[in-house]
Every structure is written in C-alpha cells, then in structure tokens.
Design a protein. Structure first.
Length: 359
C-alpha cells in the first residue's frame, strides 16, 4: 500500500477514528502517503496539522438540520465538491479511499466509486448518518462498529463489523499519580454548552472539596472564559481549555469522566476502562447518543444522566458521591474495560488491504 485517502470529519467523532486507521497503516508501511480530505470549517483543519497529516479541502457543507437557505446553498455547492474530489483523486492517485463519515466524505467516496478506486466507508454509530446511508449504495464495503447497524443499511450491502477505531496512545498512556480525585469534563470536540453551564453552577457545591479534587475541562471556544472564571472564583484546581489536543494524557489522569456519549467517546472510554457519567446530546440524529449511554449504563460501566434532568446541584452531588465511593469507581472501570475493543483500527486496515489486493 503506497497511497490512501481518508475523507470526512467535521467533528472529532468522525475524524479521530480516521486518524487511528492512518496510524495503523503507518505502522505497516513505512513510506505510505496518507492524505486527509475535509473542509476548512471542520475540526480537521485544527487537528490534522498538529498530528502531522496533510489536509486538502473541498467545497461542501452540511445539509441535515440546516435551515432552508443553507440547504439551498449546500445543493449549489455539490457540483463544486465533485469537481474538487475528481481533481484530488486524479492528482493523488490513491489505492484506496476511506470515508469516515461527515458530509466531506460523500463527494470523495462517490467520485472514487465512479473512478473505480477501491473504497470503504466507516460508520461509527449504531444508526448510520445520512451520508453513509447514501454511500452504502455505491461503496464496495461498509465497515461498522455495531452488529445492529446492518439493519439500517440497504439490503445487500457488504457489511463488516470491525468496531470503532481508536488511537493506540489513548489506552497506552501511563497515569500520573495524584492525591486529588481528578474529573475530566468534555462535550465532544466542540464542547457542550449545557454541561459547561451546569458545571459553572456546580462549583458553589464543590468549593468545600477544593483540596480533594482537580478538574480538567474542555469547554469549546464559546464558553471558555465564563467557565474558567467560575472555577477561578470558587478557588478550584482546574485546567480549563477550549480544546484538549493531548486527550491520551487527559484520559490517563482522570478518575471520573463527565461527557457526551458519541460513539467515538464511548469507544475510547471502554478501551481505557474509565468510569463515566454520560450525558447524551438530546438532539443527536436518531437519538443515537442515548442508545450509546444506555448500553454502558445497563452494563454497569457508567451512569447516564439525561440533559433535561441536569442541574448544577445534581452534577455536584454525583461528583461528591464518586469522590467518597472509590470502590464504585473501580467496579465501573472493570465493567468498562470488559466492553472495550482495541483492535478495530487493525481490522479496518485489514479490510482495506483486502480490497486493494482483490482489485
């Protein structure tokens, strides 16, 4: 294998599985060229340069959940995105194209199928997104994280269960020992406004425990100043940042995670064997985050709190409960690690190699 394209992104839930697969290929092929294709507005534009990967962008935007004018604008962009895709494919000449989800993957995978370039799409969620549902009619293979995903795809699609690829460093990082109970809070790669606001309220209830706890909080850009000010005024030991680039260290040092329940987040939590309070995003497509959170909760690997039930007081009470019940944390960690799948990137790379050798 000499050249591959990984297309998609927009959010960390799509991008980071792609990075995991890229790193698996780099382990196998010393001189492989890997090109990511996304948009200038997605998280890939911020993350990939720091990861050392080349990024090309195409002219496309999201369609689902947008207003009428934005939908019309997106329709007008589609021909340009196809032109961009053909240009990139003709220039780079990949042996395989991998679509990892998100609207940027659509034009690339469609164009690759038209040009008879081996291609595969990866669906990280139980219920596939609109882009991958469409692409399943054109792509050679559909890689999925969950067995149940098959029933949502077209009949006859060549579906392979590989799991959700995660970066190896996520679960191999060694913990830095601390005498403080460390809580990692994040709402996905873009932050979560509700979680941010409720944690800003929770600080009043946590002040008396400030010598016992440490907080690491990824806020996103919009709420950064407000959340940081709340922690500072309460005198809490808190590392607050808009975006955490070194999630491996953050995971390793955390005793308890408070987060949304995207598929990639859940895959990383279970691979690391972390105890978590999961607060599913209520407007996720097909309510897939609640399905993810419920699966962990019912297995004893985490606790689910619905967005509508969330308050600063309740969140603080749960943090204090786990601070005082470390045995419960240990029980959740054991359940969590039992659910983890660490070889998904390996399986995905095997699948791609099989496609290329078959052609």
């Amino acid at each position: 294998m000499k050249r591959i394209i990984i297309a998609g992104g927009g959010t960390g839930g799509h991008l980071y599985p792609g990075i995991a697969v890229a790193k698996e290929f780099q382990k196998r092929y010393k001189d492989i060229e890997i090109l990511f294709v996304g948009t200038a507005n997605g998280i890939e534009y911020r993350v990939l340069p720091k990861e050392g990967y080349r990024l090309e962008t195409i002219r496309i935007a999201g369609f689902i959940g947008k207003g009428l004018l934005k939908k019309i604008a997106t329709l007008f962009m589609i021909p340009f995105s196809i032109i961009d895709s053909f240009r990139i494919l003709s220039s780079f000449k990949p042996q395989c194209v991998i679509g990892v989800g998100g609207y940027a993957s659509g034009p690339l995978v469609l164009s690759a199928a038209f040009m008879r370039i081996p291609n595969v799409i990866l669906e990280e969620n139980v219920v596939p997104g609109a882009t991958n549902r469409l692409l399943s009619y054109f792509t050679k293979k559909v890689a999925v994280a969950f067995e149940d995903t098959k029933r949502f795809l077209r009949k006859g699609a060549d579906v392979v269960v590989v799991g959700n690829p995660i970066r190896e460093e996520i679960y191999k990082k060694l913990r830095h020992k601390s005498d403080r109970f460390t809580i990692l809070i994040f709402g996905g790669s873009l932050g979560a406004h509700t979680i941010n606001m409720k944690m800003a309220e929770a600080v009043d209830y946590l002040k008396e425990f400030k010598e016992k706890i440490k907080i690491i909080h990824q806020t996103g850009d919009a709420d950064y100043s407000l959340v940081k000010d709340a922690y500072d005024k309460a005198g809490l030991n808190a590392d607050v940042m808009p975006f955490i680039y070194d999630m491996a260290t953050a995971y390793a040092n955390a005793d308890l995670i408070i987060s949304r329940a995207g598929a990639t987040t859940v895959a990383e939590l279970t691979a690391c064997g972390k105890a978590a309070i999961l607060i599913p995003f209520p407007f996720a497509t097909h309510n897939h985050q609640e399905m993810n959170a419920r699966a962990l909760s019912e297995s004893g690997a985490g606790e689910m709190m619905l967005n509508k039930d969330l308050s600063g007081r309740i969140l603080a009470e749960r943090i204090i409960y786990y601070l005082n019940n470390r045995q419960k944390i240990e029980e959740m960690e054991k359940k969590s690690i039992g659910l983890g799948k660490r070889d998904a990137a390996h399986r995905m790379a095997d699948l791609c190699e099989g496609l290329v050798s078959y052609v």
